[in-house]
Design a protein around this ligand. Structure first.
Ligand code: NAD
Length: 355
């Protein structure tokens, strides 16, 4: 597919490409929408089999960021960048310095952050070239690890779902099954355990599952056993596409609410969940805590301010559930509608001439 056809398919926008022969950098910055503010989104540094694959990844991810920022009420657009990981040897600092210059040349229209394959150290290198980067070290005014904030937001989203489905203000005594006890999954287990929930966990890494068993009294089950676990809430916190034709038919939960991105293998799986009477908390709405946290960094990091805003994910998820029930539509569609409404309101505000 041609580049402009791809831009049309993903409803774009801008696409910036950079090749720096000295460092070997081949990078893409995709800016999906900047009507709400500068486009913020992480920088992915992985191998790609083709240029098209890298471009599509950037386009798809940046589009998701537009919706995430909009539904969360952040004054940010949606962007994402990709650095194609070289197959041969490379100088990592030189590569990220060149990438920093690329980001700097965009003049703040795009703000970068950590993503798969990049680290806080890479963000520091970028910071030496441009201020348009978040996720630097806390001692340099950065917001540090976003995972505890993402987990806090997911916990608030779970509480909203519990309120909506079970009419309860507390999650004490409820059964929660967590798939993936990585950065977010671990902190989520910690939050839920502190509030008296009973946990069942699964992770491909047995040490991570064992840690949850040791620290939070979680019951460990096999990888595919997590989907058929009888529970109130299933929290997918591993990779994407956890909700698919195979897993959905096994579910024995009332709520699906977790941190993973792209949980629905296909949109129709969101319809399937609704038909089965399972409330699904749309991924980009419930997992926005990390984005809220890095966004706070732009105006001077304040952990308390960040935490207060993450707590409000409760209201967003409750509104989605309520509107979905009234409209008899799946929650993922209602979340898209709410994000689009916020974008449209912003456009309207900016088009009203000053009186
Ligand atoms: P992570 O890599 O630290 O954790 C993922 C965990 O899932 C790992 O422990 C891994 O062993 C486990 N895992 C992988 N495949 C599995 C499987 N089939 N069954 C069970 N466990 C499996 O990643 P993370 O930072 O905790 O992020 C988790 C998810 O949340 C990802 O989808 C990520 O995109 C999303 N997310 C993370 C953040 C954040 O702040 N880190 C923010 C928003 C969204």
């Amino acid at each position: 597919m041609g580049v402009f056809d791809l831009l049309a398919k993903y409803d774009y926008g801008e696409l910036h490409l950079c090749r720096d022969p000295a460092s070997g950098l081949q990078a893409i910055v995709a800016i999906h929408d900047s009507r709400l503010g500068p486009a913020l989104g992480g920088c992915r540094f992985i191998h790609y089999d083709s240029e098209e694959e890298a471009i599509v990844d950037a386009l798809r991810l940046a589009r998701g960021m537009t919706f995430k920022a909009a539904i969360t009420g952040l004054p940010l657009g949606g962007g994402k960048s990709v650095i194609i990981r070289p197959r041969s040897e490379f100088d990592r600092s030189a590569l990220f310095r060149a990438f920093g210059k690329f980001v700097g040349d965009l003049g703040g229209h795009y703000i970068t952050a950590e993503d798969s394959g990049t680290s806080i150290e890479d963000m520091e290198v970028i910071r030496s070239v441009t201020p348009h980067v978040t996720g630097v070290k806390p001692e340099r005014g950065g917001s540090g690890d976003p995972s505890p904030f993402t987990a806090l937001g997911v916990r608030r989203g779970i509480e909203a779902c519990v309120k909506f489905v079970l009419g309860r203000d507390s999650i004490e005594g409820l059964e929660v099954a967590v798939q993936g006890i990585g950065h977010v999954g671990y902190h989520l287990c910690k939050e839920l355990n502190a509030l008296g929930a009973r946990l069942t966990v699964a992770d491909v890494d047995p040490l991570k599952a064992a840690r949850a068993e040791r620290e939070f009294g979680a019951q460990v089950v096999a990888l595919d056993g997590i989907f058929s676990t009888e529970c109130d809430v299933l929290a997918p916190c591993a990779l994407g596409s956890a909700l698919n034709d195979t897993t959905i038919s096994q579910l024995r939960c009332k709520i699906v609410a977790g941190a993973a991105n792209n949980q629905l293998a296909e949109p129709r799986h969101g319809d399937d969940l609704m038909q089965r009477g399972i409330l699904y908390a749309p991924d980009y709405a419930i997992n926005a805590g990390g984005l809220i946290n890095v966004a706070t960094e732009i105006e001077g990091y304040d952990a308390e301010k960040s935490r207060a805003q993450v707590m409000r994910i409760y209201d967003t998820i409750l509104e989605i559930a309520d509107r979905a029930a009234k409209a008899m539509k799946p929650t993922y569609l209602i979340a898209d509608t709410m994000a689009q409404e916020r974008l449209a309101r912003a456009v309207l505000r900016s088009s009203v001439p000053p009186s």
